[in-house]
Design a protein. Sequence first.
Length: 68
Amino acid sequence: MFTRNEGSIDRILRVIVGLALLAGYFVFPEAAYRWAFLLGVIPLVTGLVGTCPLYSIFGLSTCPVKRP
């Protein structure tokens, strides 16, 4: 469906950051900015799927070039 445009390191970092932000949602239950932690869903999903819509729009890719 979508072409992969994230390399391995990029994907791993996105998953870690996404999980850390989502963990903050539960660690700080009374924080006024608690809703901001839910933004961790975005890097988590893009890291698991392997494609980033913004990379596609700007024509970027961190995937290594496959040579024949």
